[in-house]
Every structure is written in structure tokens, then in C-alpha cells.
Write a protein that binds this ligand. Structure first.
Ligand SMILES: [Zn+2]
Length: 137
């Protein structure tokens, strides 16, 4: 019996594939891809925020506590570009990155520090924190 070899990455055809992705196609269907970590990283980075299942009341209450933690230096208004990362938005709002992530989870969006947000999503985070967001001209 020949020794079983690990499957090779779909993209570079050189490294063993250790990351398995299922991509949904708009209009229906999915594509299965097997990739090495190096080829998978930019694809994972490009994913839009993932809708989450509805958080339970307990989770929502816990998120509210994080989001509504009293902060003195929260600005009244901010001006945001067309896209902004989670950590940049946190810096603009003078809050911890996790607080922005919590506000996104509250909107059923999974995110992380380096994730880019559209103005609309960022503005909803601001609104949730009681900050008015203006679009940068
Ligand atoms: Zn690869």
C-alpha cells in the first residue's frame, strides 16, 4: 500500500493543505477549497463580517454591559472614512477594541481587530455608543 500523502494546496500546489474552506456562492451552492495556511490567510482576511445566530438574552445583557460601560472621553461626533478597521474605529472613539467587537456581535456580526468595516456598519457601532458619525467627504 502506498503511504498516504497529505493533499496539496489548491492554490500553490506545493504546500500541504491544512485549511479547509467552504465558500458560499451568491445565488446558491458552495465551493470546497483546501489550502495551505499561507494561501488561506488573505482569503480569510477578505471575508465579510459573518452573521451570527441570534445571541441569547444572557449574552445580549453581557454585551450591553461592555458596550455601555461608562466612559468619560467618548466623543459626541466623529467623522469616518468609507472603510475603517475595527481597531481604528476603537481609536477614533477612544474605547477598547473589544468594545467595538462587542457592539458588532450585538449586531450579529463577527469581527476582529484588523477587520475592515464599511461606513454604514461603523456608523451603527457609533450610534449604539451614542456617538454621531459623519461620512468623510
Ligand atoms: Zn498554498
Amino acid at each position: 500500500m502506498p503511504p498516504s500523502r497529505p493533499a496539496l494546496c489548491d492554490q500553490c500546489q506545493q504546500q500541504p493543505a491544512t485549511v479547509f474552506l467552504t465558500q458560499c456562492i451568491i445565488g446558491g451552492g458552495t465551493i470546497q477549497r483546501q489550502l495551505c495556511p499561507a494561501c488561506a490567510a488573505p482569503i480569510i482576511e477578505s471575508f465579510p463580517p459573518t452573521p451570527l445566530d441570534l445571541p441569547t438574552d444572557q449574552v445580549t445583557g453581557w454585551l450591553d454591559q461592555i458596550i455601555d460601560e461608562p466612559t468619560k472621553e467618548l466623543p459626541k461626533e466623529v467623522t469616518l472614512p468609507e472603510t475603517i478597521t475595527v481597531e481604528e474605529l476603537a481609536a477614533v472613539l477612544h474605547v477598547k477594541t473589544f468594545r467595538v467587537i462587542a457592539a458588532l456581535i450585538h449586531q450579529h456580526l463577527f469581527s476582529y481587530a484588523k477587520k475592515s468595516l464599511s461606513f454604514e456598519v461603523a456608523a451603527r457601532v457609533c450610534q449604539r455608543l451614542g456617538v454621531k458619525a459623519h461620512r468623510l467627504d
